[in-house]
Design a protein around this ligand. Structure first.
Ligand SMILES: Cc1ncc(COP(=O)(O)O)c(C=O)c1O
Length: 338
């Protein structure tokens, strides 16, 4: 706890007991067959220490970047700890509400954190002047968890400043068709992009993500990364999930997800539920009067949604719903409780 918010709370704590899981944003219930085959095939190689070299090449090719711009990590989450350790002393600011691990990592590394708070009244749209001008390390999510808002690349670029590192957490961008507004394809001075493979491919248990940044930044992060932090299976998954076929499949999944998102949002609006902003990610943030009661009653009805009040700036009336294919049962249950 930071006194107000439990920054270490995550959706995985809210599932179980036979509940339908609308709390965790991992899209696939299990990794696809082709990926499981690749993972199974690498088990015989586990006697050797891991080598992320092929993963670096594959990720660089996938994004059109130089291999010197790539650092594979044990999930996007490890990247936040590396950034906090290597650069946290630079007067950090975190744009909230957002995923709490960057702030938790900064605090755990002993750094002071300022919060740049976006407002529900503005649809959680990014306002560059919300970020303190003297912040030397800025974290922002795109699209943002939990608001589901996708910020324009041009607005993000306005946050760039000499001597500042801007960290854009794109953990969910592969779930948005075409990956619009991504800062991943170019090396931009002072811009660090964090990506995750765990959500789209159902491999949260494997820990696979990476950082794209200038070579000097990558070198500083690598210097503080524990040795062999990316396991052989995680490196194999990075190669497999960066192939043109996998990227095409992820784009198809994103298209289907976008249709499911539209259906959920229109179902919620028909019920008169307030939906935050203009959702683009595979989850939706809603505000419901007496939301804590409704969330607990949803559990009684068999549905786990993710509480919102552990995200700085949100209170107990907010909760986040993961997008799944057919949500008519959930919408009917919610309707009964409003
Ligand atoms: C916005 C955001 N970034 C990063 C992560 C961490 O991803 P990974 O599983 O790759 O560590 C999460 C996990 O929920 C997340 O929601």
């Amino acid at each position: 706890m930071d006194g107000e918010y439990d920054l270490l709370h995550h959706g995985d704590r809210e599932v179980g007991d036979g509940l339908v899981d609308l709390a965790v944003n991992v899209r696939l219930p299990e990794p696809p067959e082709w990926l499981r085959r690749e993972l199974a095939a690498c088990l015989a190689d586990l006697a050797a220490y891991p080598d992320a070299g092929r993963a670096i090449e594959a990720i660089a090719a996938r994004h059109g970047r130089d291999p010197a711009d790539v650092l594979p990590t044990a999930g996007a989450a490890e990247a936040f700890t590396l950034l906090a350790t290597a650069f946290g002393a630079r007067n950090a600011a975190v744009v909230h509400p957002q995923f709490t691990e960057p702030e938790a990592a900064l605090r755990a590394a002993g750094h002071r954190v300022r919060r740049a708070q976006l407002s529900a009244a503005d649809g959680f749209v990014l306002k560059p002047d919300a970020v303190p001008a003297d912040a030397g390390l800025v974290f922002v999510g795109n699209p943002t968890n939990p608001t589901s808002v996708l910020h324009p690349a041009a607005t993000l670029r306005q946050l760039c400043a000499p001597g500042r590192l801007l960290v854009v957490d794109e953990a969910f961008l592969d779930a948005v068709p075409g990956e619009p507004e991504s800062l991943a394809p170019q090396r931009l001075p002072g811009v660090v992009v964090v990506r995750s493979l765990t959500k789209t491919w159902g491999i949260a248990g494997l820990r696979a993500g990476y950082v794209l940044a200038e070579p000097e930044v990558i070198a500083r992060l690598r210097a503080v990364q524990p040795p062999w932090s990316v396991s052989t299976p995680a490196a194999v998954a990075m190669v497999a999930c960066s192939s043109p076929r996998a990227v095409e499949e992820s784009s198809r999944l994103a298209g289907a997800g976008e249709r499911d998102l539209a259906a959920l949002v229109s179902g919620l609006r028909e019920l008169g539920v307030e939906v935050a902003g203009a959702p683009r990610a595979p989850f939706v943030l809603v505000r419901v009067p007496d939301g804590a009661r409704v969330r607990l009653a949803l559990r009684e009805a068999g549905y786990a949604v993710r509480r919102g009040d552990t995200f700085p700036g949100l209170d107990g009336d907010w909760f986040r719903i993961a997008v799944r294919h057919d949500m008519s049962g959930f919408l009917a249950a919610l309707c009964d409780l409003l």
